[in-house]
Design a protein around this ligand. Structure first.
Ligand code: PLP
Length: 512
C-alpha cells in the first residue's frame, strides 16, 4: 500500500494494513532515531549536518548533539521517501487512534489546520457559517479562500468575559439566515475554558443543511483517550477536526493534527485537504515536530492509567478549590449553559476576584513574583492547564493567591469581591460591510484611533490571549471595540494581534 501526505489513507476501520501496529512504538520517531545513529556524511541540508563542528558548534552546545542529529530533512530514505514508509505508518496510526479516515501531521500548529480547512471547504462553495469567537487563523483562512462568512454567536458570560460554545438551534438559525448557500460550518470546541459543545447534534444540523462541519478542537487532542474524558470529535460526525497536540497532549510547540472524518463529505474533502496541506506546509517540515506528534500518539494510546491517576489528582484539586471560601471554579456553572454538554477536567478556570485584583494582574504577578505560568486570564479568572497524566502540586499556586489576597484584605472596599477591575466589557462585533478578502486586498490608509470609528477595518485584530478576533477585515470598527482593544494593549499581559502599533493608537482602514 502506498500512503503519502497527499494520497489516500486506508480507513480507520482497516487496521490490518500495517500488521502488528503495536501501541508501544512510534514508527516515524523510531526511524528518525535509527537514521540519527548512523555515521552518515551529510553533504546536504541541513547545513549543520548533524555534527558539532563549524557553524553548528553553538547549536550543539545549546541543544545537544542528539537534537542536531535528529534534525533530518524530508524525503529521507527509510523515513518518508517512497512507499509504505515509517511516516506513512505513523500517519495511519494517528488516524486510527483518533478515529479518522485520514490524518495529517502539521508543523505550523492548528493555525495551519484552520487555514487548510478554509481552503479545502472553498472547493465546496463560498458560503460558510463560523462561530464568531473563531481563532484568528480561521479568519485568515476565510481571507485566503475568499469565503463569505455568516456568524453564529457563542453564548457569552459577560461578567467573566468568557465565550462558550454554540447550540444546535443557534447554528440552525445562523445557517438559515445566511444569504448564500452554506457549504460548511466552523465551530470551536472545547472552548478556551474547557466547555465542550454537542458535536454530534451540531454535525446533524450542519449535514441536514448540506454543509460540512469543521471542528476546531485545538484544545481537545486528548479527547477520546479515556472513558472519563469527552469523546474525540472525529468520532462524533465532524468532517474535519483540527487539534493542537502541543496544547495538552505533550508534543512540542507548533505540532498539531488535522483529521478527516469518515463522513459523507470525505471523498470531496480529501483531495482538497491534500492540496491545502501542500499550500500551507513548508517543504522542509521539521522532523522533531513530527516525531513529537508520533510519540504523543503512542503515549496517549498508552496513557489510560496515567490519565486515571491525574484525573484523580484533578478531582482532589477541584474539591479543594470548591471547598475553599475564597476561590471557585467557573466550570462548575458551565453545565447550566445550553451549549455545554461536557467539561474538560484538565482546564481549571479559577475565579480569583477574592484577591481584589483582576485576572490579568494576578497572572502577571504569578509570573514575575512566583515563577508560576497560568495559561490565560480574564478580568475575573485565571485558567490553569494541567498536562495529560500530570499531577502537579497546586499548593504553590494557592499559596501565591493567598499571599496576594491577604496583602490588601483590610484596605479593600466591600464590593471588591465582585468588581471586575481592568478591562471594559467584551464588545459586540461591528457590522460586516465588505467581504473579508475584498477588504484585505483593497486600498487602505492609516488613521488615528478616534477617526477609525465607523470605518471599515482591513485587518483582523485579536486580543491575546485567547486570540479571538474582535475585528475582522470588512467589519466596521466601533467605539467600544477601540476602547476594548486599547485597554487590552495597555493591560499587563495583553497583546493585540494584527495591531499597527503596540498601543493601538492607529488603525488601518479601507480608503474612503
Ligand atoms: C481554538 C484555537 N484554534 C486554533 C489555535 C491555533 O493553534 P496553534 O497555536 O497550534 O497554531 C488556537 C491557539 O490558541 C486556539 O485556541
Amino acid at each position: 500500500m502506498t500512503v503519502h501526505q497527499d494520497s489516500p489513507m486506508t480507513s480507520a476501520s482497516d487496521q490490518s494494513a500495517f500488521p502488528g501496529t503495536a501501541k508501544t512504538y512510534a514508527p516515524y520517531a523510531d526511524a528518525l532515531q535509527a537514521a540519527a545513529q548512523r555515521d552518515s556524511l551529510f553533504l546536504s541540508t541541513p547545513g549543520h549536518g548533524g555534527t558539532t563542528t563549524g557553524i553548528s558548534a553553538g547549536q550543539a552546545e545549546f541543544f545537544g548533539e542528539h537534537t542536531l542529529s535528529l534534525d533530518i530533512p524530508p524525503l529521507f530514505d527509510g523515513i518518508d521517501l517512497g512507499v509504505d514508509t515509517p511516516k506513512d505508518e505513523a500517519l495511519q496510526l494517528a488516524a486510527e487512534a483518533w478515529g479518522a479516515r485520514r490524518t495529517w501531521f502539521l508543523t505550523n500548529g492548528s493555525s495551519q489546520g484552520n487555514r487548510m480547512a478554509a481552503l479545502a471547504i472553498g472547493t465546496l462553495g463560498t458560503g460558510v457559517v463560523t462561530q464568531r469567537s473563531a481563532h484568528s487563523s480561521f479568519i485568515d483562512g476565510i481571507v485566503l479562500a475568499g469565503l463569505n462568512p455568516g456568524f453564529v454567536s457563542p453564548n457569552v458570560d459577560e461578567v467573566n468575559g468568557i465565550a462558550h460554545g454554540v447550540t444546535p438551534d443557534s447554528l440552525r438559525h445562523a445557517i438559515a439566515a445566511h444569504p448564500e448557500k452554506v457549504s460548511a460550518v466552523y465551530l470551536v470546541t472545547p472552548s478556551y475554558f474547557g466547555a465542550v459543545a454537542d458535536v454530534r447534534a451540531l454535525a446533524e444540523v450542519a449535514h441536514e443543511a448540506g454543509a460540512a462541519l469543521i471542528i476546531d478542537a485545538a484544545w481537545g487532542a486528548h479527547f477520546g483517550f479515556h472513558p472519563d474524558l469527552p469523546e474525540s470529535p472525529v468520532t462524533l460526525g465532524a468532517d474535519i477536526v483540527i487539534m493542537s497536540t502541543h496544547k495538552l497532549a505533550g508534543s512540542f510547540t507548533q505540532s498539531a493534527l488535522l483529521h478527516l472524518g469518515d463522513t459523507e463529505f470525505a471523498n470531496r474533502l480529501e483531495p482538497a485537504l491534500a492540496r491545502a496541506f501542500m499550500m500551507t506546509a513548508s517543504t522542509s517540515e521539521n522532523a522533531h515536530l513530527m516525531a513529537s506528534i508520533d510519540i504523543a500518539r503512542r503515549d496517549l494510546v498508552n496513557s489510560r492509567v496515567a490519565i486515571t491517576d491525574s484525573l484523580e489528582n484533578i478531582r482532589q484539586i477541584r474539591a479543594r478549590i470548591e471547598g475553599s471560601e475564597h476561590y471557585h471554579l467557573l466550570s462548575g456553572d458551565f453545565m447550566n449553559h445550553a451549549d455545554v454538554v461536557d467539561i474538560d477536567p484538565f482546564r481549571l478556570p479559577i475565579d480569583i476576584t477574592s484577591t481584589g485584583l483582576d485576572g490579568h494582574a494576578v497572572r502577571k504577578r504569578l509570573t514575575e513574583e512566583f515563577d508560576i505560568f497560568a495559561e490565560m486570564a480574564t478580568a475575573t479568572t485565571i485558567v490553569a492547564l494541567i498536562g495529560i497524566g500530570k499531577s502537579p502540586d497546586l499548593s504553590r499556586l494557592f499559596d501565591a493567591l493567598d499571599q496576594m489576597r491577604l496583602e490588601h484584605e483590610n484596605d479593600r472596599p466591600a464590593d471588591a469581591m465582585t468588581a471586575s477591575a481592568g478591562l471594559p466589557a467584551l464588545p459586540s462585533p461591528g457590522k460586516l460591510v465588505a467581504l473579508p478578502r475584498g477588504a484585505y486586498f483593497a486600498d487602505s490608509e492609516l488613521v488615528p484611533a478616534a477617526e477609525a470609528v465607523g470605518r471599515t477595518s482591513v485587518s483582523s485584530l485579536a486580543a491575546y490571549p485567547p486570540g479571538i478576533p474582535n475585528v475582522l477585515p470588512g467589519e466596521e470598527i466601533t467605539a467600544e471595540t477601540v476602547e476594548f482593544l486599547q485597554a487590552v494593549a495597555a493591560s499587563p499581559s495583553g497583546h493585540v494581534r494584527g495591531g499597527v502599533d503596540p498601543k493601538l493608537s492607529t488603525f488601518r482602514v479601507l480608503k474612503d
